[in-house]
Unconditional design. Structure first.
Length: 473
């Protein structure tokens, strides 16, 4: 096999050299100033804005068809807003925080300083190749780190363009982009990073975590899972279906927080199907030739999704295509009824335009169904009763929640984003991203006066007994 750098062994050797160059550069400047970090963010934003038309075109070419508006809304907009958010608050984030010192340890002061970790690795998936590369890069640069990114081989045009863009914006010992296939990806994960962030499938995340464990590298894993949507007994279906359909049709469902299945009161299933069909057909009156309708990324993923449909049909599911068949991998939006746990579509994360409908008889039954399964990355509840909303929040676990919406929590820079259990670990975005890529180092400060010497050995002195009497009670 040949990589962009030559044979695999040569590419791995160059990978290690890049890492060592970044480690040396970090040691030479271990605490970049706020001005320097802000300059990095400004350069990054300017480069992205200047190149956005090319990036939109490259992403479109990689997908076969990717809606330009989806790329602008779901990739460029949150990326640029994230840079602005971090830039505006960076000085405050970097400021040491004062902490309390107990009376027994006076005189002293305490503070926490936020120090860059060193060299950060970021492994980027194919479904949002711009946003899921730049969002963690922003957090890592804001925290003062050197960064290496492994971009996806499934989006070659975008990966090559981002490599060129970042190489023209930053020196290689500050930001370095790595291309290559699976062997290079695993060699990347085995580097002794100071932190490693991976976004992708749960199955691959396990391998990444094992590779990082050999170096005791801390990891942030942004995985996925089967994110449920719950329709309440009384929410207007036109409200719920419109918002679910947006979350499911964006990027043809190739989104880690897309609704993976929907729980509907048994008596509302038929009405839900009719309402959902109406919304999808309003969004996409036609599929063939429609620039708004995104393709499945490649033939391999299309084959996987078609396999889910074939398996579900064979096991008794009712398959309802809501849009017409089309060419260039534009799969129809499809509902699946009468599903059960024996079907692959109910076992694996779907990551496509298929939406199983699961009937339920009471809200607690719906919550029991969810909690009996691995914890998802997102949960969506549709209902306006505030007591029921709180009940759902308190009786479920997920990486994040939207009440009466889908996806939009991911774009909020002032909230952490991350999974739980099988859907991942750790957080980033905004301030949480700065914290993830920083070492919060506690510092206790004493000057000349040291009253602690009064309790030094030999023990048994009266003053020591007084200290015990005053503070151990």
């Amino acid at each position: 096999m040949v990589t962009p750098f030559g044979p695999v062994e040569q590419a791995i050797a160059e990978l290690q050299q890049r890492f060592q160059a970044q480690r040396a550069a970090f040691m030479a400047n271990p605490m970049p100033s706020a001005d320097q970090r802000i300059a990095w963010l400004d350069s990054l934003k300017a480069a992205l804005l200047a190149d956005q038309d090319t990036l939109v075109r490259c992403i479109n070419e990689d997908f076969g068809n990717r809606s330009a508006d989806e790329t602008l809304l779901a990739e460029m907009l949150p990326t640029v807003q994230g840079i602005r958010y971090a830039r505006k608050r960076l000085r405050r984030w970097m400021k040491p925080s004062r902490r309390h010192v107990g009376l027994a340890f006076m005189p002293a002061s305490a503070r926490v300083i936020y120090q860059p970790l060193g060299v950060v690795g970021i492994i980027v998936p194919w479904n949002y190749p711009l946003f899921l590369a730049i969002a963690p890069l922003v957090g890592a640069l804001a925290a003062g780190n050197r960064v290496m990114l492994k971009l996806s081989e499934a989006t070659p045009q975008t990966s090559q363009r981002l490599k060129e863009l970042l190489a023209s914006t930053f020196p290689d010992d500050l930001v370095s982009v790595v291309l290559g296939e699976a062997e290079i990806g695993m060699a990347f994960a085995r580097l002794p990073f100071d932190h490693l962030l991976f976004t992708g499938a749960t199955s691959i995340g396990r391998h990444v975590m094992r590779a990082a464990a050999d170096n005791l590298t801390p990891v942030t894993l942004e995985l996925g899972g089967k994110s449920p949507a719950i329709i309440s007994a009384d929410v207007p279906l036109e409200h719920a279906t419109e918002r679910i359909a947006f979350g499911k049709t964006l990027n043809a469902g190739q989104t880690c927080v897309a609704p993976d299945y929907v729980l509907v009161p048994r008596q509302r299933v038929d009405d839900f199907v009719d309402a959902y069909r109406s919304v999808v057909q309003r969004f996409y009156p036609q599929v063939e030739g429609n620039p708004d309708y995104t393709s499945i990324i490649n033939a391999r993923q299309q084959h996987r999704l078609q396999g889910y449909l074939d398996d579900a049909r064979a096991k008794g599911a009712e398959v309802i295509a809501l849009t017409a068949e089309a060419t260039d991998r534009r799969m129809p939006q499809t509902l699946l009824l009468n599903v059960d746990d024996s079907m692959r579509v109910m076992q694996d994360e779907i990551f496509g335009p298929l939406l199983p409908v699961v009937p339920y008889d009471g809200l607690d039954d719906a919550l029991a169904y969810i909690t009996a399964r691995p914890r998802p990355l997102a949960l969506y509840y549709f209902g306006y009763d505030r007591r029921e909303q709180q009940h759902v929040l308190h009786h479920s676990h997920s990486g994040g929640v939207c009440l009466n919406d889908t996806l939009m929590h991911v774009a909020q820079d002032d909230m952490p984003f991350g999974g739980i259990g099988a859907s991942g670990m750790g957080h980033y975005h905004g301030h949480e991203g700065f914290l993830t890529f920083s070492k919060a180092k506690g510092v206790l400060i004493k000057q000349r006066l040291n009253l602690a010497r009064l309790i030094y050995p030999p023990y048994g002195k009266a003053l020591q007994r007084l200290v015990y009497k005053l503070f151990i009670r």
